[in-house]
Design a protein around this ligand. Structure first.
Ligand code: PAD
Ligand code: ZN
Length: 370
């Protein structure tokens, strides 16, 4: 039996999402249908919607979500209806070269789920799942390897932000850059992902943790989540960062905006021999260039970062230990609880540099403070 659910649908690139019904099939072999409790709005959704990143249409966007299993298809024994779960937008196949070599975040098949339709619009048009998970809908259907079980003691709604912002941001610090205690960190861009980088730096024992944004609005949030210093990005940024780091620049700079200009800026804030980690995802035409001389002279490492180099199967349980210990704040990342219809407003807030994560709540009457 199919189910009809409310969803936010991208019908054409660079047009507003439209709330409409989507018809989901029963989960097929190896698939699971999940009833969403909450879904976070990530800048990658905005980039998929506005054409910065490619997205076949029509599509149900959204790739950060938590919920309960509604039904399982034949052959699924890892979860049962009623189980509390987190969705994983980069599920690893466990058999390709990357998976076999300890890099499941680079799995060759991680994006397969988003490449084929998973549901239909009310008129029968096939619809694609954004990043394979399609969490901007009351329910979704995903492969069983895109499901991470959640323990009973973790609030189901707040857990949603683990699915992208926290795994990516904290993972960027602990797994990708491997920041050490006492090392200096600068984070450029303080949305849900950048604020998670700040929290990751706090977990690593970094000092100082310099948070940078174009929006002065972000200071309170950044300091609450671990920043020791906050700077509004101005042409004097490099001078201000050097003043806080013995004139050298930081050991680790994180770019969490997704632009060539901020990548260059993060590079310029990094000390000689330090590491610049690019977490932001930008467009293919936005070129950053580096002179042959400076690559030699500064001896820095510039590296991309996919999904915080995470394996959610092992990283989620580890992050939940930090949540239990009060060292990682999931609820603190969420500044706006919204309805599905308010995703366009959440996109506007992002562009204006306001707030942290916006979280869609699908069942606002139950489990209310979790
Ligand atoms: P967001 O829009 O919530 O936050 C971006 C922040 O950057 C905002 O606070 C802006 O004010 C700020 N900003 C904008 N321009 C500048 C500037 N020139 N200098 C300083 N700050 C600026 O986004 P988000 O936190 O959801 O996502 C951030 C990026 O991370 C985005 O590019 C997204 O696509 C990417 C991402 N990467 C991965 C990955 O696997 N690498 C995963 C998830 C998201
Ligand atoms: Zn994301």
């Amino acid at each position: 039996m199919t189910v009809t659910v409310r969803a936010a649908v991208l019908t054409q690139s660079a047009t507003p999402l439209v709330i409409q019904d989507v018809v989901l099939p029963d989960p097929g072999p190896g698939q699971v249908r999940v009833r969403l409790a909450a879904a976070g709005v990530c800048h990658s959704d905005l980039s998929l919607a506005n054409g910065t990143l490619r997205q076949p249409v029509p599509a149900v966007l959204g790739h950060e979500g938590s919920g309960t299993v509604d039904a399982v298809g034949p052959g699924v024994d890892s979860v049962r209806p009623g189980d509390r779960v987190l969705l994983n937008w980069a599920p690893a196949c466990r058999s390709c070269w990357f998976c076999q070599h300890g890099e499941p975040h680079l799995c060759e098949h991680a994006a397969d789920g988003g490449a084929a339709p998973y549901a239909e619009l009310a008129d029968g048009t096939p619809a694609y799942p954004g990043l394979g998970t399609a969490t901007f809908a009351e329910q979704t259907v995903v492969p069983a390897n895109a499901i991470i079980p959640l323990p009973a003691d973790i609030g189901l709604h707040q857990a949603a932000v683990l699915g992208c912002a926290v795994l990516t941001g904290v993972g960027a610090v602990l797994n990708s850059a491997r920041v050490g205690a006492g090392e200096s960190v600068c984070v450029i861009g303080l949305g849900g992902v950048g604020l998670s980088v700040v929290q990751g730096a706090r977990l690593a024992g970094a000092d100082p943790i310099i948070a940078v944004d174009v929006s002065a609005d972000k200071e309170t949030l950044a300091r609450a989540l671990g920043a020791t210093d906050f700077l509004v990005s101005t042409p004097e940024l490099a001078r201000d960062v050097r003043a806080l780091t013995g004139g050298r620049g930081v050991d680790h700079a994180f770019e969490v905006v997704g632009r060539a200009s901020t990548i260059r800026q993060a590079w310029g804030l990094t000390r000689r021999g330090g590491r610049t980690t690019v977490v932001g995802v930008g467009g293919r035409d936005d070129q950053a260039s580096f002179s042959a001389l400076e690559l030699f002279y500064f001896a820095r490492t510039l590296t991309g970062c996919v999904f915080g180099s995470c394996d959610p199967a092992s990283d989620v349980p580890r992050l939940l230990e930090h949540v239990r210990a009060g060292e990682l704040d999931l609820a603190g990342l969420v500044t706006d609880e919204i309805d599905l219809a308010d995703v366009p407003t959440a996109f506007e807030r992002m562009l204006a540099g306001r707030g942290g994560r916006s979280l869609i709540r699908f069942d606002s009457d139950s489990d209310s403070h979790s």
